[in-house]
Each structure stands twice: as structure tokens, then as C-alpha cells.
Design a protein around this ligand. Structure first.
Ligand SMILES: Nc1ncnc2c1ncn2[C@@H]1O[C@H](COP(=O)(O)OP(=O)(O)O)[C@@H](O)[C@H]1O
Ligand SMILES: N[C@@H](CCOP(=O)(O)O)C(=O)O
Length: 316
């Protein structure tokens, strides 16, 4: 269970009251999640999610929280951070930054069909367009500069074949990032971690995107690639699933057609999306933070996905 920081009922009740969200009835730590402490907080007015941020700072958090507010205000189904009477959406609990958002309806669809992939593609494109006039700027903190710093830290833990793949892929991505096609990619706020466990569905109806705490300004195509790598693969092998991928791509492109540079770099960004999560999973696995009962994700999954993207590039 990912409760790194214990929150008492008195602390939670005081926070809910300061946000005018009513009297606390129940507080329950949420299992799952690996980054932050999350609680479901039920009051006499509704159901909310209280998050204590374990890694992100008071300086970084306004970018994410106001992005969610911006998107919610434009009709994208994302959690809307609650403000106190001074308009602040970032609060403090036990000396750490904290926020309260509305609880989304629905549940995650961990075995998605083409209809779910199409719904994600459609909403992802709408979210990109809705975020294009967001006025805060923060890079994707898990982007290329972080890969360059983190790869040397994890390399000593790998066998020679893995280390060689990791080194060569990092070199390839640095090369791609210096090219003209990469510079031409349309950019804006991206979710950057829109895995199956960060989307809610009611049947085939998409009810929300959440967990924006890896968001940042980056290439929109990178966001799409991260989704394709998680939603549109055969899970055991990591192999690309053409039916689900085309469903996602077509519904994305029906809202926002891809540019020539995006079509050209789709194979490279699929590799980048796999590399990013291979590195972070290796980092979590070999250099874990202290946490109660934290279960790191399997890094070898994204090693397989990356090898698949290199051996069988996916083109449009
Ligand atoms: N706004 C929300 N509405 C409904 N459930 C949520 C919401 N935010 C988080 N959750 C639940 O909490 C779990 C963990 O949240 P998540 O943001 O993924 O944690 P972490 O940031 O630690 O990875 C999710 O899988 C989901 O079940
Ligand atoms: N999606 C990432 C890990 C981030 O965890 P989340 O629970 O915040 O989505 C992965 O699968 O490696």
C-alpha cells in the first residue's frame, strides 16, 4: 500500500473544512500507486482524494494542479483541485505539500479492447488541444536530461546485454533530439504517464484521466507513444497490437491530425516511451525509496517493449 505519510482524521477533517468540503466521515489509505500518499476522504458533501506529495516540491506542484484546473475548466474529465477561501490549491500536511481533488467515477480497464483504446486516443487529442493555451511552463522532469543523469546510476546493476542496449538507446535518443524533425514536433502540456491505471471507465465510456504528477511540457507525440506502449500491446510479450493501436491512432488523428514530422518520428518516440519507463523502473527497483510495502514495477517488461520497438518499428 502506498501510504508513505500517515494522515490523521483530525488533520484530514481540518483540511476538508478549510476547503469548504464538509465534515469528514471516513478516511481510507489507497492501495496502489508508487509515487505519493493517497487517501479517499468521504465527507457529508461527497468523495475526494487527498494526496500528500512525497517527491514533488511546493515550487513544482502549481504547474500540475493548475494544469488540472485548466483542463477541467475546458471540459476534459480530470480531477479538479479544491481551493481554500484564498484561492490556494496547494496545502501542507505534516510539513509536506498536499492537495484534495474530486474522486472520479468509474474504474480502470486493465484489459482494454479497441473501444477503450479509441476513447483514450480521442480524449488524449482533446486534452492536448485544451492544454495548448495553458500559461505555465515546466519541462517533463522525466525527459531526456533525467535519462542522461539516471542511466549511469542504474548501469552497474545490469548485465552486459542490458547495459549495451541501454547505452545505445540513450545515444540514439540524444541523436534524435538534435534533429530537425524533433524540433518540428508540436509540443505542449502532456500527461506523460497515461497508463491503464490512470484512466477511469464506466463500461466503454471514458470517465476520467488522473495522476498528472509526471506531466510536463513535451512533444505531444511522446504522450501518444506512452499510451500506445501501454494500451495497445500484448501484455506478456510486449508486442505491438495493430488493431488496438490503429483504433487509438485513428481516433487521435480524427481530432488532431499528425504532422509530417510526427509521422516520421513515431517509431523513435515509441522507443523513447519504452526507454523512459525502463529507466524509471530500473531506478525504482535498484534504488528504492523507503516506503511501507512498496512493490516496484517489473523493469524487464519495458526492456521487452523496447526491444520489440527496435526490432519491429511501427509506422503509419
Ligand atoms: N481523482 C481520483 N479519482 C478516483 N480514484 C483516484 C483518484 N486519484 C487516485 N485515485 C485512486 O488512487 C490510486 C493511486 O493513485 P495514483 O495517482 O496512481 O498514485 P501514485 O501517484 O502514487 O502513482 C489509483 O489507482 C486510483 O484507484
Ligand atoms: N506508470 C509507471 C509508474 C508510475 O506509477 P503511477 O501509479 O503513478 O502511474 C510505470 O508503470 O512504470
Amino acid at each position: 500500500m502506498a501510504v508513505f505519510t500517515e494522515v490523521t482524521e483530525t488533520q484530514a477533517n481540518d483540511l476538508m473544512q478549510s476547503l469548504n468540503l464538509g465534515q469528514l466521515c471516513a478516511l481510507r489509505g489507497i492501495e496502489g500507486g508508487i509515487e505519493n500518499t493517497n487517501y479517499f476522504a468521504t465527507t457529508d458533501q461527497g468523495e475526494y482524494v487527498l494526496t500528500v506529495f512525497e517527491r514533488l516540491t511546493h515550487e513544482q506542484l502549481p504547474f500540475y494542479l493548475f494544469l488540472m484546473k485548466h483542463l477541467a475548466g475546458r471540459g476534459i474529465p480530470v480531477p479538479d483541485p479544491a481551493a481554500n477561501r484564498d484561492g490556494d490549491v496547494l496545502h501542507t500536511l505534516s510539513g509536506k505539500p498536499a492537495a484534495v481533488v474530486n474522486k472520479l467515477a468509474g474504474k480502470s480497464q486493465l484489459r482494454p479492447q479497441t473501444a477503450h483504446c479509441a476513447a483514450v486516443g480521442d480524449m488524449l487529442a482533446r486534452m492536448h488541444l485544451a492544454g495548448s493555451d495553458y500559461n505555465r511552463n515546466q519541462p517533463n522532469l522525466r525527459g531526456l536530461p533525467w535519462w542522461n543523469v539516471t542511466v549511469p546510476v542504474v548501469l552497474p546493476h545490469l548485465d552486459e546485454a542490458q547495459a549495451s542496449l541501454l547505452r545505445s538507446e540513450l545515444a540514439y535518443q540524444n541523436h534524435i533530439a538534435q534533429g530537425a524533425a524533433y524540433a518540428a514536433l508540436p509540443r505542449g502540456p502532456v500527461h506523460a504517464d497515461l497508463f491503464r491505471d490512470n484512466v477511469m471507465f464506466d463500461g466503454e465510456q471514458l470517465t476520467g484521466f488522473f495522476d498528472f504528477y509526471f506531466a510536463g511540457v513535451d512533444a505531444w507525440l511522446f504522450d501518444l507513444a506512452v499510451c500506445l506502449n501501454d494500451w495497445c500491446i500484448d501484455l506478456p510479450s510486449g508486442r505491438h497490437d495493430p488493431d488496438r493501436a490503429l483504433a487509438m491512432l485513428h481516433s487521435y488523428m480524427a481530432v488532431r491530425p499528425l504532422s509530417a514530422a510526427e509521422r516520421e518520428l513515431l517509431p523513435a518516440m515509441l522507443r523513447a516511451g519504452a526507454l523512459r519507463f525502463w529507466i524509471s523502473r530500473l531506478w525504482d527497483f535498484f534504488l528504492p525509496r523507503e516506503a511501507s510495502m512498496l512493490k516496484p514495477h517489473d523493469p524487464t517488461h519495458f526492456e521487452r517493449v523496447l526491444r520489440g520497438r527496435i526490432d519491429q518499428p511501427v509506422t503509419l
